[in-house]
Ligand binder design. Structure first.
Ligand code: NAD
Ligand code: DAU
Length: 354
């Protein structure tokens, strides 16, 4: 039987960022056993991991982090050395229409994992690690100036960000109270392959391809800081192995874009890729009712991870965007698969009746 030096639990590994983290760890650490635990909600998709599903050091377990006794037995069975916790309800708009699911998964689910890790590692916490993946949205909304640093006071404003903020606090409480060896990171907006087309970039790529309206919230003035998902996965690898216990690291692209400017850039690129007349895609822009409580601006100061761990984004945004658009156009089957069934109902409720 194969002997592994570490058994690592990755939660939410069938989702967007999780699938990139699983792939990276499977390839880079053949001597680690990676257990991917995922409930396979609408956002989880095993097709995201087709290329590595038969690797010897990979195992998929379908399950819900909210199910306490299941989580306890999973930790007993696998005796994990480390946890990288990404499973979450992640879409702000869905948290506005149905907040409760966010409370269960993002808060109760995180507490179940913390309790199971604490129970398993109680006698010996040496070389163990509980890594909680969080978001820059916990810091609230910025005006024209300033950036989020690790000590920026929390000021979450959507049910999604409030649930993530709550779980961050609980993770820190387990460090201070129970000495659980935790580390947290808060990242800005990710973009890249395998992102569910409810989020801005894959949704707009899909709509442009199908000549559907591009629903811009409010005046399109909100600003986000975009990071290529593989750069986030590399940062997660570094923090998991070299981050300091009990610390928080901000991760960002140093790449702020006002939504409407980003959308216009995407439209130009899509015209070019699809061989359409310049301006064709931009004609699809449709201003719609703003998101309730829409945060105006996020910007991450990631100097701590850059200086302490030597991480930096590897790609220029132009290159990342081009690669991303090319991926969605080349992977039409993936996009068609995830936009059938349940997605149609979501789209109708979110946009057609808006
Ligand atoms: P995603 O929605 O694409 O994936 C979430 C995954 O979690 C899915 O595979 C889903 O099936 C799984 N999941 C949901 N509920 C579960 C449950 N109860 N039990 C087990 N599995 C469950 O999300 P993402 O964009 O990949 O985000 C991953 C993590 O990174 C989240 O914690 C999110 O808050 C954080 N984050 C995301 C971004 C971003 O831009 N997407 C930025 C910063 C931080
Ligand atoms: O900042 C990190 C966060 O980024 C993550 O924690 C979240 O999980 C992730 O979903 C993302 O949140 P946002 O709300 O910033 O991402 P979204 O893609 O939903 O929206 C990006 C911006 O585009 C935001 O200002 C809202 C706007 N938007 C979005 C959609 C889906 C539109 O104008 N129209 C749309 O249809």
């Amino acid at each position: 039987m194969e002997k592994f030096v570490n058994t690592i639990l990755i939660t939410g590994g069938a989702g967007f960022i999780g699938s990139h983290v699983v792939r990276l760890f499977i390839k880079k650490y053949p001597n680690y056993k990676i257990v991917n635990l995922d409930k396979l909600t609408y956002a989880g998709n095993l097709n995201n991991l087709k290329d590595i599903e038969n690797e010897k050091n990979y195992e998929f377990v379908k399950g819900d982090i909210v199910d306490e006794s299941f989580i306890q037995s999973l930790f007993k069975k696998y005796q994990f050395d480390g946890v990288i916790h990404l499973a979450a309800e992640s879409h702000v708009d869905r948290s506005i229409t149905n907040p409760t699911e966010f409370i269960y998964t993002n808060i109760v689910g995180t507490v179940n994992l913390l309790n199971a890790a604490r129970g398993l590692w109680n006698e010996d916490m040496i070389d163990k690690r509980f890594y909680h993946i969080s978001t820059d949205e916990v810091y609230g909304s910025l005006g024209d100036e300033g950036m989020f640093v690790e000590t920026t006071p929390y000021d979450p404003r959507s049910p999604y960000s409030a649930s993530k903020a709550s779980s961050d606090h609980i993770v820190r409480a387990y460090f201070h109270t129970f000495k659980l060896p935790v580390v947290i990171s808060n990242c800005s907006n990710n973009y890249g392959s395998y992102q569910f087309p409810e989020k801005l970039l894959p949704l707009f790529i899909h709509n442009i391809k199908n000549n559907k309206p591009l629903p811009v919230y409010g005046k399109g003035e909100n600003i986000r800081d975009w990071l290529y998902v593989e750069d986030h996965a590399n940062a997660i690898d570094l923090i998991f192995h070299k981050g300091k216990e009990g610390e928080t690291y901000n991760i960002g692209g140093n790449n702020e874009w006002q939504n409407i400017k980003l959308i216009k850039k995407l439209c130009e690129l899509m015209d070019d890729k699809l061989g359409r007349e310049p301006g064709t895609s931009e004609n699809l822009v449709t201003y719609v009712k703003d998101r309730a409580g829409h945060d105006m601006r996020y910007a991450i100061d990631s100097s701590k991870i850059q200086q302490e761990l030597g991480w930096e984004p590897s790609l220029e945004f132009e290159e990342g965007l081009e690669k991303t658009v090319a991926w969605y156009l080349e992977n039409e089957d993936w996009l068609n698969n995830v936009t059938s069934g349940e997605y149609q109902k979501y789209y109708e409720q979110q946009y057609v009746k808006r």
